[in-house]
Design a protein around this ligand. Sequence first.
Ligand code: CMC
Length: 423
Amino acid sequence: MANAKLEVDGKTYELPIVEGTEHERAIDIGALRNKSGLITLDPGYGNTGSCRSSITFIDGDQGILRYRGYPIEEIAASAHFTEVCYLLIYGERPDAKQLARWKADLTRHTLLHEDMKKFFEGYPPAAHPMAIMAAMMASLSSFYPAGDDDESLDLNIIRLIAKSKTLAAFAYKKSIGQPFVYPQNSLSWPANFLRMMFAVPAEPYEVDPVFEDALNLLLILHLDHEQNCSTSTARMVASSGANLFASLSAGVCALWGPRHGGANQEVVEMLETIRSSGSTCRAFVEKVKRKEAGVRLMGFGHRVYKSFDPRAKLLKAAADRIFGKLGIEDPLLALAKELEETALHDDYFVERKLYPNVDFYSGIIYRAMGIPTNMFTVMFVLGRLPGWIAHFRELRTDPDNRISRPRQVYTGATVRAWEPSAT
Ligand code: CMC
């Protein structure tokens, strides 16, 4: 095994180099503090590997994304969401028998416990559906015991993937004051969700196959993205021994932020603002470059990708396809393309290697499907949830699994005396 040498104050420390299957190399600093008293400092973990993982591979310089070794482009061309969930969670594609069983199980567990419906009643109408999702996800643990054995875990995995769409659709129905629509289990996972979102009692509702396919693609593209903020959060919570529901609820909260899954909502709001203000893409880009009061080009940039995010490429093509099939036009799609071109030809973005990410075009497709803006991040949850589950399951059997507990470099006051207060 190769070693790295670190020299500090005239002393040399040898640190092992570990190598992944795609030849990524890392210096293992696990023993550094014991040997030298030193820790490493890396705010935002930009250069820190937190674990070994065999779920997803990303090469950010070349724009490569693979789930369990399969290129995302090949999966996206023909796979069904639920089959890819199985691949990510269990490591291999299911055979015909396993797939039939998996689909049947995911169908049987779509209902929510009737008592959970009362929780929805307590929220104000304007409650953000992400708040409801996070709370409901954790609440599931009070209805379904989180046993430690594999069988209980497998059952709870099925429950979560099956029920998450029901939770999301109920959160939406609650926000618009319509009655809940119960799942119809003859439908595929995406179609069942769309029906629960948009059907109203006493009126026929047919799921548009263009929307069903579009949602299937969006869900697949959001499934996993290795150690991003929400996945790392879910893993960190799980490392304390917290149950699956609690760990995933933490993942939902982490995803909510505008720098992460909340960006899809922000992109559409940004495009709407440019449009309604009568401003131009060039003027907006100049504002971004001046770093005016936190203004960023939402849906652009990525910690790992320093070239095109392959998911963004697939979604841009999908947006054209979907709008073509539906025979509709959305001025925001044209605006997004113009904004992308403006940024991609501007030195500020070129020098910093900022490209469109998965959130740049996803919101425009959700809009075409009639999904309201405040549900966009919930849509991201539905896609990412099986990815979090795969990481939870991987962590459980990881021989390196210890409680996640980073260190710090303390910069506060040095010791001072506490005088009793006068009163
Ligand atoms: N618009 C303008 N400037 C940007 C942007 C952007 N979207 N992203 C990065 N930069 C600049 C940033 O100002 C900095 O410039 P400078 O060196 O002059 O200070 C440089 O690029 C490096 O940025 P950073 O913030 O240090 O990069 P990061 O790796 O910490 O952040 C990011 C990554 C995704 C949070 C960031 O690119 C961002 O805020 N993008 C907009 C939000 C977004 O689209 N998020 C979705 C990410 S993909 C899906 C997901 O994970 O949920």
